[in-house]
Design a binder for this molecule. Structure first.
Ligand SMILES: O=C(O)CCC(=O)C(=O)O
Ligand SMILES: [Fe+2]
Length: 355
């Protein structure tokens, strides 16, 4: 029988307690396409902060201008005054930390490997290992579909800690409002009808929550927590660890260190689907996560996508004779599959969609 046990990745949290040197699949190579220097550079300015209350209540010129500039330069920004209570943020973070602190056998109940073998998108674990020489990330994660609500797969939703499910439900509701407020402001910037972008997300649109856990790593100079990528969906709302930094963003060939955010601000990231939807006007950043030797780090990313059966392409209202479509239209589920295929080869799907 063929031995394909190499396809089953380790749980990094367990590995981290057992090894002094990360196994070779985790180590960056000499010819790493986006460089091996993991230290990164300090950002030349603080992360742009948008007061979401002000932006959505009054389309305040100052906040709108900040949003435009943040989208044009970095493709990400933080939001303050966003309506998500700090008590909910604290509770969600504590529940996430408590989940990853459960014994391995308890977490395995939510495994993303069906029968211990077959990879599924949802659940607790790691990326699928497709090739022998695939470089692996120094992180574990819990990946859950949160919307459409009637498609939640509760078997993957932890029952310990007790507050986890309720917190995630609340978090999802509040996060959706934040996403919609941002989409309205983006539509206004594009001189579209205010609801135009919001309406692209039907009640069958997919939303995933991904809890990332980065254990301390004995060689943070040679290992990545998450490899360079662009988020594939349209928009991401990220709750970052308030004490431990790790996210880095690529701009003009330089990797910038994103500091931790304070005051319960949330980070907003533009994804690849937004680039296609806005015909290339708003583009998201390539980013990666580095580890450190002493501290664990946790983040929660909520990804907003579309109905897998619908097509994704530039919004019709943005197109005219002077501004023809710059991207081909594709069914969302094919778009997702193709994105991951390209990513595993270190390529960008959107480049192949350009007309
Ligand atoms: O951990 C972070 O700060 C970002 C995580 C991330 O980029 C992702 O989950 O796609
Ligand atoms: Fe990401």
């Amino acid at each position: 029988m063929v031995d394909d046990s190499w396809r089953l990745p380790n749980l990094v949290q367990q590995l981290a307690t057992n090894v002094h040197v990360p196994p070779s699949q985790y180590l960056l190579r000499e010819d790493e396409p986006l460089g091996r220097d993991l230290v990164g550079t300090e950002m030349p300015e603080p992360i742009p902060t948008i007061d979401l209350g002000l932006l959505s209540a009054s389309n305040d010129a100052g906040e709108t201008g900040k949003l435009r500039s943040a989208l044009q330069t970095w493709g990400f920004f933080q939001v303050s005054n966003h309506g998500m209570e700090s008590s909910l943020i604290d509770s969600m973070m504590t529940a996430s930390r408590d989940f990853f602190r459960l014994p391995p056998e308890e977490k395995r109940k939510y495994s993303n490997l069906l029968d211990g073998k077959h990879f599924q998108v949802e659940g607790y674990g790691n990326d699928q290992v497709k090739t022998h020489d695939q470089r692996l990330d120094w992180s574990d994660r819990l990946h859950l579909k949160v919307e459409p609500e009637d498609q939640r797969n509760l078997a993957h939703w932890p029952i310990h800690p007790k507050s986890f499910r309720d917190d995630l439900h609340e978090f999802t509701l509040k996060s959706k409002r934040i996403k919609d407020d941002i989409l309205r402001a983006m539509a206004t910037l594009l001189e579209l009808h205010e609801e135009c972008l919001v309406n692209q997300f039907s009640d069958k649109a997919l939303t995933y929550a991904r809890f990332n856990y980065y254990p301390p790593c004995p060689r943070p100079d040679l290992v990545l927590g998450i490899k360079p990528h662009c988020d594939v969906f349209a928009l991401t709302v990220v709750l970052m660890d308030k004490d431990v930094a790790g996210l880095q963003v690529l701009r003009d060939g330089t990797w910038y260190r994103v500091p931790t955010v304070s005051n319960y601000n949330l980070l907003i990231n533009v994804g690849v689907a937004m680039e296609v939807m806005t015909n290339g006007v708003f583009r998201g950043p390539v980013h990666r996560v580095v580890t450190n030797s002493e501290k664990e780090r946790i983040s929660l990313a909520v990804f907003y996508g579309f109905d897998p059966e619908e097509e994704i392409g530039p919004v019709a209202d943005l197109l005219n004779e002077e501004q023809p479509a710059r991207y081909k239209v594709m069914k969302t589920k094919d778009f997702l599959a193709a994105h991951y295929e390209h990513l595993s080869r270190g390529e960008r799907l959107v480049d192949s969609l350009k007309i």
